[in-house]
Each structure stands twice: as structure tokens, then as C-alpha cells.
Design a protein around this ligand. Structure first.
Ligand code: AQP
Length: 333
């Protein structure tokens, strides 16, 4: 039967407080999709333990991330919001897909290479298998569209390949998903190194703006942001730091990059950085306040997660049952 609405799936890891990069590259773009699609937004905690996490902090991060989803505009009435570990089908399908994914494919993943270098003391199999679990997340729900930042394109390609491989080996089962990558903001860079992605696990806290940074901290980090040689506020390949700040400014203020270049023509970096800080503060402060209010009512948040998990599980468990049948596992009877 044809679906009435297409399905969107995306998730963020509760590895810390999410950054302005996660927000502009992913979360913010999820909001308008809710009116047109059946959206499933997950807190991907199974992914997060590929890096060592402190248990109490992980629990706190997951709740905080849920409140940030809601404060940013995710509606639990319109969308399914849940925690990945509450739905066992994610781990079950990941195992099946693991047996269909070649080690060479995972070895080539740039995120695996980057994270292995960063966490050489904890080179675990989960870190390598991360993209297979991500494929399971997406394929369980018949997902048509996956809104992601640019860093996830290689992983999405693997999900597409695994879907096609399974469909060809058995029979059509999985929808082959498309990525949805924003034209602007798909890769927000570190404020301290404009050649590296802004990451919530960056050891240099001045490299990222956290969604929960207060106004003063946001301003201080932006004032300290590295700049390029020269004084012009121009979007150009040879100006990666200023281009990154222009991207942030444009997305937070609604002014186009071209208009922003004109607006700051001849004014210098100092004035520009202060304006970027004003724009970021205006975008984040209301979300931060709303998030704090939401965290006051833990019961409300827990109820959302329970209902979300029930909805997600009813779809995901059917997919796993279908997959098990197709690969030849005996029915339980
Ligand atoms: N800098 C970024 N610019 C644009 N989009 C980004 N995303 C991440 N960083 C940027 C997008 O955010 C979504 C969720 O990411 P994630 O938390 O699942 O994992 P990640 O990509 O590994 O993000 P981080 O912040 O770099 O986390 P850590 O430091 O824990 O590894 C994804 O859609 C991602 O593309």
C-alpha cells in the first residue's frame, strides 16, 4: 500500500550538549519537515557508547537533548520522538546488516579514521560498526528522506548500498533513502580551526558554541574566533574562517550571505564578530530558556519518550520480523 506521507528519520547522539553546528546543520532543518512528512526523531544513545561515556552524564545528556529537540520546535504531537535503546529492533537489524557489510567498506569511512585517531586507546568494534547501526536506524522505518550534515553523507551512502544489497539478495524489502543536506550550514567549522568540523566533543571548548552557552560565553567565543588574513568580510575559499562566520551569521539572522558582505563592507572583523554574536544570541537564547522550563517537568518528558518508543517499536518490530522471515529464521510459532 502506498504511504500517504513520506517518512523522515534523523538522530543526534547524546554525547554532550549539542553545538551550533548540530543545530544549523541538522536539528533546525528538522522542524519544517514535520508538516509535510511523517517524522521520526531519535536520540541515538546506542551510537554514543562507541566513545566512553560516564553513565550518569549520559542519562543527563539524553534528557537534555530531548528537551532541546522540543525547545527547538520538534512537536511530539506531529513527530515520533524516542530514545534508540528503548527499541531493541535497532540492535537486531544492525546485526543482520553487519553480516552483509564488508570490513573494507567500514575501513574506508572517514569518520572511523578520524575517530580512531582521536580515540586510539579505545578502538572498539562499535566505532567501526557505527555506520551499520545508522543504516539499521534508517531502514527500519521505510525512511525516504534523511536530513543530515555533510559529515554523514558517506554513512548514508552505505545505508543505501546495504538496502539495495538486501533487496537484491532476498526480495524488495527496504526503501532506498535519500539524503537531505542543507545548501548552507551543512558543515559548520570550528571557531578555532576553520578547516575542522565544529564538534561537541572538541577538547578546545573555544572551538564550538554549545546550545546551552550563556550570552556572555557566546560573545567571548566569537570574539576569540580565529580570522583570516586581510580585513574584508567576504565569502571565499581563501577565507575559510570568515566564510564560516558569514554562514553562521546568515543562518541566525536571516540575512543572505551576499547582503551580509555588503552590510559589513569596510567595517572590519571586530564589528562583524559582534554582529555574529548578536545574531547567535538571538537565535539560541529563547531555545535555552524554553529548554530549562521543559527540564522542570521530567514526567512530561518521560511520557513523550514512552509514547515515542511505543510508536517506533510498532513499526520497527514489524520490519525485523519481515527481515527474519526473508533470511530464513524459523518463526517462533
Ligand atoms: N559541524 C557541523 N555542521 C553541520 N552539521 C553537523 N552535524 C554534526 N556536526 C555538524 C550534524 O549533526 C547531526 C548529529 O550529529 P551526531 O551528534 O550524531 O554526530 P556527529 O556528526 O559526530 O556530531 P559531533 O558534534 O561531531 O559529535 P561528536 O563530537 O560526539 O562526534 C548529524 O546530522 C550531523 O551531520
Amino acid at each position: 500500500m502506498e504511504k500517504v506521507k513520506k517518512t523522515v528519520f534523523s538522530g543526534i547522539q547524546p554525547t554532550g550538549t549539542i553545538t551550533l553546528g548540530n543545530y544549523l546543520g541538522a536539528l533546525r532543518n528538522w522542524i519544517p519537515l514535520q508538516d509535510e512528512y511523517d517524522c521520526i526523531y531519535c536520540i541515538v544513545d546506542l551510537h554514543s557508547i562507541t566513545i566512553r561515556q560516564e553513565p550518569a552524564q549520559l542519562r543527563k545528556n539524553a534528557m537534555s537533548l530531548l528537551a532541546l529537540y522540543l525547545a527547538s520546535g520538534i512537536s511530539p504531537e506531529k513527530s515520533t520522538v524516542f530514545v534508540q535503546s528503548h527499541v531493541p529492533a535497532h540492535a537486531e537489524l544492525a546485526w543482520v546488516l553487519d553480516t552483509m557489510c564488508y570490513i573494507g567498506e567500514l575501513n574506508r569511512m572517514t569518520q572511523f579514521k578520524d575517530k580512531s585517531a582521536k580515540h586510539a586507546d579505545n578502538l572498539n568494534m562499535g566505532l567501526m560498526n557505527y555506520p551499520v547501526l545508522m543504516a539499521a536506524d534508517i531502514l527500519l522505518y521505510g525512511t525516504d528522506l534523511v536530513p543530515i550534515g555533510k559529515d554523514q553523507t558517506q554513512h548514508l551512502e552505505l545505508a543505501r548500498n546495504l538496502a539495495e544489497r538486501f533487496n537484491n539478495r532476498y526480495s524488495p524489502t527496504f526503501v532506498v533513502p535519500e539524503g537531505f543536506i542543507p545548501k548552507l550550514g551543512a558543515k559548520i567549522m570550528s571557531l578555532q580551526n576553520p578547516l575542522a568540523k565544529m564538534s561537541k566533543s572538541d577538547e578546545n571548548v573555544n572551538g564550538f558554541i554549545s546550545m546551552l552557552d550563556d550570552d556572555e560565553t557566546i560573545r567571548r567565543k566569537l570574539r576569540r574566533a580565529v580570522t583570516d588574513s586581510g580585513m574584508e568580510v567576504r565569502f571565499a575559499e581563501d577565507k575559510p574562517a570568515i566564510s564560516n562566520l558569514l554562514t553562521i551569521y546568515s543562518l541566525c539572522s536571516g540575512v543572505s550571505v551576499a547582503d551580509a558582505e555588503k552590510q559589513f563592507d569596510g567595517l572590519g572583523y571586530g564589528v562583524f564578530k559582534d554582529a555574529v554574536a548578536d545574531a547567535v544570541i538571538s537565535a539560541l537564547a529563547p531555545i535555552r530558556q524554553r529548554q530549562a522550563e521543559l527540564l522542570e517537568d521530567k514526567q512530561y518528558l518521560t511520557d513523550i519518550l514512552r509514547q515515542g518508543a511505543e510508536r517506533a517499536e510498532s513499526i520497527a518490530s514489524k520490519t525485523v520480523a519481515k527481515v527474519y522471515r526473508k533470511i530464513g529464521f524459523l518463526p517462533r510459532g
